[in-house]
Design a protein around this ligand. Structure first.
Ligand SMILES: [Zn+2]
Length: 333
């Protein structure tokens, strides 16, 4: 087999370095830190410490909320909001970026959550021409558009936090998303916790953040001191557990089938871009990470990856047209 013998990452995976035993740099890093990554008692204690510090700071600021978290309509934001409120006794502000990619599934679940949890929620509408400009540029430069949504979500979470005096943003990145490209401690929780937008964007995009710094269209809100925590780095909850929990506790509706990212109708387009640009599906790194953590077998990871490749090799022309219409520039008055 070419690629990593432990996690199944292909030899073409971005920035992969295979050693003489065909083990990748990501597996080596994980093995070095397996103890820290799997000691959930210590991880949760670290999370609680940050939560307590945030509550104290919010009280000092006279803030109405202790933390802010984003809702896309998927399970992660919903689960986190519930737990922050009920388990950690936090006053939570929620928000959703209206990027034009929301699905009925997502919107319905946001409504259910807001109704059941009675939390305050803000819809954010970025100026349409700005969004189109970012999506088009990002497609042209990187053949990727998800990073634009990530950027605006994090930008607005930090902006709202600083405006409302909220000291903490809690995000729904999964452990697999965080650890899929981790081969050093820099920018990786729990070793390094972000205290401002720029360091958070570094966690998401790595060195690209340094390259983009200085572009006038990107504002890193240098005055805003806001801590970011990735909830699932500190808590061991499976995807199935999250869904069952939400179904039982708030009447959340499970997506039909096992479509990745049912909260975004353009996801097939993201898969197509990944196949064209990298030669492998979006979940490749995440599946390899689940193998490292012993959550799935190597065989299952390869099988799922190949199933994604098969499913997204060709996508419906309807989605492609809808996508192109969504991101292209519009004639205006
Ligand atoms: Zn590996």
């Amino acid at each position: 087999m070419s690629g990593c013998v432990k996690c199944g990452l292909p030899e073409t995976y971005q920035n992969i370095i295979l050693d003489e035993n065909h083990v990748c740099n990501y597996c080596r890093f994980y093995e070095e830190h397996r103890k820290e990554f799997s000691d959930f008692q210590a991880l949760e204690a670290q999370f609680v410490k940050e939560v307590e510090a945030a509550k104290k700071k919010a009280a000092q600021h006279g803030a109405k909320y202790d933390c802010i978290t984003g809702l896309s309509g998927g399970k992660d934001g919903a689960y986190i909001t519930y737990e922050l409120q009920h388990k950690y006794g936090m006053r939570v502000l929620t928000y959703t970026l209206d990027n034009g990619f929301a699905t009925d599934f997502g919107r319905q679940n946001i409504e259910i959550l807001l109704d059941k949890l009675d939390v305050e929620h803000i819809w954010i509408n970025v100026k349409d021409s700005t969004l189109r400009q970012f999506y088009s540029a990002s497609m042209k430069l990187m053949k990727n558009f998800c990073s634009v949504c990530f950027h605006f979500c994090h930008y607005y979470s930090h902006l709202l936090a600083s405006q409302y005096g909220i000291p903490l943003v809690v995000n729904g990145r999964t452990r697999s998303q965080i650890l899929q490209s981790a081969d050093g401690e820099k920018g990786i929780e729990p070793f390094e916790i972000s205290r401002n937008l720029k360091s958070f964007e570094y966690q998401m995009f790595g060195k690209l953040t340094d390259k983009l710094d200085g572009y006038s269209c990107l504002d890193f809100l240098p005055e805003a001191e806001v801590t970011s925590l990735s909830y699932f780095m500190y808590h061991d909850v499976s995807e199935e557990e999250k869904m069952r929990f939400l179904e039982e506790n708030i009447g959340w509706i499970r997506p039909k089938g096992s479509v990745p990212h049912p909260d975004c109708w353009a996801h097939p387009m993201a898969e197509k871009c990944s196949l064209e640009k990298h030669g492998y599906p979006v979940r490749t790194g995440e599946l390899a990470e689940l193998v490292r953590e012993g959550k799935i077998t190597l065989e299952d990871a390869v099988q799922e990856r190949e199933a994604d490749r098969e499913a997204y090799q060709t996508i419906s022309s309807e989605i492609e047209e809808r996508f192109s219409k969504r991101i292209s520039f519009k004639k205006r008055l």
